[in-house]
Design a protein. Structure first.
Length: 268
């Protein structure tokens, strides 16, 4: 998105923040046919369910009852590619036929921009790895991370998801991941900035917090302007013991962002 965060970070403004203690995360993973797949990195063990579970298609709008959730306690068990967002979630803003899906399992940057200090998911939370999904409009991707488009304009979205040992740890992880993003709600005038935090709650253990992205031309005071529409954004998701980060590069406004985040949360 123009003026927005790059796919995986790389912004000019760096703020010093306190280090976070590492915790161990269990994650599990795989992919069905019909997708671009990379195997787990050497030394990483994917959960058998993650290797065999087929990807499912998420509806364009989320239902009030989260997919895979067990009552009000949210989702349990391993995360698989079936828990990740599908291209149909971006209809009608982006034609589904234009979106390519690439999955991998392992570690990597999870959309935390340079304004908070770029780190990998393992550096922030610990653990063996997570599912990474890239949704792009081009097959030209970063050779070091195929979920990231070579040209930022070709990135529709990027999602990272894993499961914690318990719902309480998943809540802890999502709170820490959200704190990683909050410094980006302030930036020098002329620099892109995140807007205010919007919280969605579909059930007690099924919640999301998202912030829209605003181009530098709209940032005249060091914070996001009131009354202006965002151009994509970032969301931190928790469904039971599942947690994730979704970065939307497609230039979606408030209503579309809300719809996509709800869909991702229900799918997780």
């Amino acid at each position: 998105m123009n003026g927005g965060p790059a796919a995986g970070g790389g912004h000019a403004v760096v703020r010093v923040r306190s280090a976070v203690a590492a915790l161990v995360v269990a994650a599990a993973l795989g992919l069905a046919t019909g997708r671009f797949v990379l195997p787990p990195p050497a030394g990483a063990t994917a959960h058998p369910a993650g290797r065999s579970a087929p990807a499912t298609t998420a509806p364009a709008s989320a239902s009030a009852s989260p997919t895979g959730a067990s009552g009000a306690t949210g989702a349990t068990g391993p995360v698989t590619t079936a828990n990740l967002l599908e291209p149909v979630a971006f209809r009608p803003e982006v034609a589904v036929g234009r979106i390519h899906v690439t999955d991998r399992y392992g570690d990597g940057f999870y959309a935390n921009p340079a304004c908070t200090g770029e780190k990998t998911l393992t550096q922030t939370l610990g653990g063996p790895g997570a599912h990474f999904r890239g949704l792009t409009t081009s097959l030209r991707t970063d050779p070091d991370d195929p979920t990231r488009a070579t040209d930022q304009v070709d990135q529709v979205a990027r999602e990272v998801a894993a499961e914690a040992p318990s719902p309480s740890l998943a809540q802890n992880f999502t709170e820490r991941l959200l704190l990683e993003q909050l410094p980006c709600q302030e930036a020098p005038a002329g620099h892109w900035v995140y807007g205010r935090t919007t919280t969605l709650r579909l059930a007690p253990d099924v919640t999301a917090s998202w912030m829209g992205t605003y181009e530098g031309l709209l940032n005249t005071t060091g914070r996001a302007p009131e009354g202006e529409e965002p151009c994509g954004g970032i969301a931190v998701l928790r469904n039971g013991s599942h947690y994730g980060v979704l970065e939307v590069h497609a230039c979606l406004g408030t209503a579309a962002m809300d719809r996509v985040v709800r869909t991702a949360l229900s799918q997780l």
